[in-house]
Design a protein around this ligand. Structure first.
Ligand SMILES: *Cc1c(COP(=O)(O)O)cnc(C)c1O
Length: 360
């Protein structure tokens, strides 16, 4: 087999090797069914068992209470950007958005189609390099939306923002879902495209409290109403069967690795090592404010664009892929989601040291 390299892609991203091996075995025949996982009907017994196991693992790993739905939807997190206001915001209401990066901006833009919006805080003044401390809400927000981890800018909320009584917290957790312990009861809804921490692209995990499911607009096409998917176990239409299967394997892997507490510790150690190196480096520096640093996406620069480019091309040659930063930040970004192995962090730090010594 071709040697696997260190994959720092921001998404779709690296998956646990044991998960890929297990999926590979089940491509030709899922268990002893004689039919591959990609070929099973979503209405058949074999796939229903896969679906039920994935939901059960999700509930167990995430500590999801029984009054929350676990839905597998399509259209990516980007579809949630408009589905949320379409369902929960009317023209006379205001939805509050905590704007901490490009994904938050996209989310609030979609809400403007359906009702009024209020920016409760923003870190745009410093190119989204920090998580604001002061939040100022509108009088009666229909809901409060925030992005828990800012994939592009390398910042992350250390804890959920406090919200006013009588509203619901909605979170785009696409790039840090199940990367650390979470108290789901603080949220009305959590959603995440799977392709960063949970599996392949093609499925979006939506966790939603039942009363929100019920509250959603009733005059929308059925596919755009959450209740349709809740009522039909995410099988109103053909679900992304393979992506659901793979998410189940990833959840099993999380469970075997100590659950959210275990992966949380591992992620903190991985990111901590990398930031510790950057903090003492004379060449590289982290771009995010110290108290706002992401454990998932570590953004850093040399301060010299030519040197950044030289680093990226040398890194690619040395077997480190996907380190080029997003164009809105420049420099470098190491995406080190759940499945990124600790040994890859050590290898990267060795390479950074070597580059620093050669380019001091
Ligand atoms: C990647 C990402 C998205 C976009 O997800 P799609 O599944 O491509 O629509 C949205 N929000 C955040 C925080 C992301 O990291």
């Amino acid at each position: 087999m071709t040697k696997r390299i260190w994959n720092f892609s921001a998404g779709p991203a690296v998956l646990p090797e044991s998960v890929l091996e297990e999926a590979k075995e089940n491509l030709l025949s899922l268990g002893s069914t004689g039919i591959g996982i990609l070929e099973h009907s979503h209405r058949g017994k074999a796939f229903i068992a896969v679906y039920e196991e994935t939901v059960a693992l999700c509930r167990e790993v995430g500590g999801i209470p029984s009054d929350y739905q676990v839905l597998f939807l399509q259209g990516g997190a980007s579809t949630q950007f408009f589905s949320i206001p379409m369902n929960f915001l009317t023209a006379d209401q205001t939805a509050d958005y905590l704007v901490t990066g490009s994904w938050s901006e996209k989310a609030i833009e979609e809400a403007k189609r359906f009702g009024k919006t209020h920016i409760a805080c923003s870190s745009k003044d410093k190119n989204y390099s920090y998580i604001p401390k002061a939040i100022s809400y509108s009088e009666k927000p229909a809901y409060v939306h925030f992005t828990s981890n800012n994939t592009i800018f390398g910042t992350q909320w250390a804890a959920e923002p406090e919200i006013p009584a009588g509203t619901d917290l909605i979170c785009d957790a696409s790039s840090d879902i199940f990367s650390r312990p979470i108290d789901v009861t603080k949220y009305g809804m959590i959603y995440a495209g799977a392709q960063k921490n949970l599996g392949p692209s093609g499925v979006t995990l939506v966790l939603m409290r039942n009363d929100l499911v019920e509250r959603g607009a009733k005059d929308l096409p059925p596919m755009l109403q959450y209740r349709t998917h809740a009522k039909n176990d995410s099988m109103y239409n053909t679900p992304p069967t393979f992506a659901i299967y793979l998410m189940g394997l990833v959840l099993k892997w999380i469970k075997a690795n100590g659950g959210l507490a275990g992966v949380g510790e591992r992620n903190a150690a991985k990111a901590g090592k990398l930031y510790a190196y950057l903090d003492q480096s004379k060449l590289f520096k982290s771009t995010a404010a110290t108290d706002s640093r992401s454990q998932m996406n570590v953004t850093f620069v040399t301060g010299n664009e030519e040197l950044d480019a030289k680093f990226c091309s040398a890194a690619t040659k040395a077997g480190f892929d996907g380190l080029k930063g997003h164009r809105s930040v420049g420099g470098m970004r190491a995406s080190i989601y759940n499945a990124f192995p600790p040994a890859g962090i050590d290898a990267l730090i060795d390479f950074l040291k070597k580059f620093e010594a050669e380019n001091a």
